[in-house]
Design a protein around this ligand. Structure first.
Ligand SMILES: C[S@@+](CC[C@H](N)C(=O)[O-])C[C@H]1O[C@@H](n2cnc3c(N)ncnc32)[C@H](O)[C@@H]1O
Length: 216
């Protein structure tokens, strides 16, 4: 068997997206309303959302932590993968984003399963008890990722799931002169994640690259 990997191109992404469950009418409306409200369209792709849902289901996750709510898209998607008594605790720094997300979460089919925590992940995560979550999803300020990883090692139970977005640094991972100021932080975090023995992890080439790991 060959150890060679296939280089995943735009064409492959389009191909797999066409074969993945897309957004339902509610999520399409949420995105339209968010764009109207001038909230940036930087939510995860529907394909990545499906991967995250499948992993949460396989992990039988009930309690999920998210840093970076934005419009509530990924929180709603993740909550839908949980049992009825499941819960997503999602943390958002920007009041405008938190307001929008709360409004749309309240209208969603998983209204009772999501709590929006206002503030920075840097402070809010510290308030979550040890081993109180089955999974975490980090999708906020990249310079905060090392601290969020440290906190999530405390909060997520052994066997729990780690998901961290943007391992490919907005497509600029290998750029000699990246335009996005967060690229160096992502590169440093990728090295940190790879050197963290408490999480058995790998970067999935989906979306902008998503770390997937299991807490040892
Ligand atoms: C990429 S978006 C999140 C997208 C969302 N997870 C989704 O896929 O639907 C990043 C969000 O993180 C928020 N954010 C930035 N710094 C933060 C911090 N220190 N703590 C919590 N949220 C933060 C931003 O305001 C923004 O709403």
């Amino acid at each position: 068997m060959s150890a060679q990997s296939t280089v995943v191109t735009e064409q492959h992404f389009a191909y797999l997206a066409e074969r993945t469950r897309g957004d339902d009418e509610f999520l399409k409306q949420l995105k339209q309303a968010a764009e109207k409200a001038e909230i940036p369209a930087i939510w995860v792709s529907p394909e990545q959302a499906s991967v995250m849902q499948i992993l949460l289901k396989l992990n039988r996750a009930r309690e999920v932590i998210e840093v970076g709510t934005l419009a509530g898209y990924s929180a709603i998607v993740m909550a839908r993968a949980l049992p009825k008594d499941g819960r997503v605790r999602t943390v958002e720094l920007e009041g405008r984003h938190a307001d929008f997300a709360e409004e749309w979460i309240a209208k969603s089919d998983v209204a009772g399963r999501i709590d929006v925590h206002r503030g920075s992940g840097r402070e809010v995560l510290k308030t979550f008890p040890d081993q109180s979550a089955d999974a975490c999803f980090l999708d906020a300020d990249k310079s905060g990722y090392p601290l969020y990883l440290k906190e999530c090692l405390r909060i997520v139970r052994p066997g729990g799931l780690f998901l961290v977005d943007n391992a490919f640094a907005f497509g600029q991972l290998f750029d000699a002169d990246p335009t996005d100021s967060e690229v160096p932080a992502i590169r440093a975090f990728n090295d940190l994640m790879a050197a963290t023995p408490e999480v058995h992890s790998v970067i999935l080439p989906i979306g902008d690259g998503c770390w997937v790991g299991v807490r040892q």
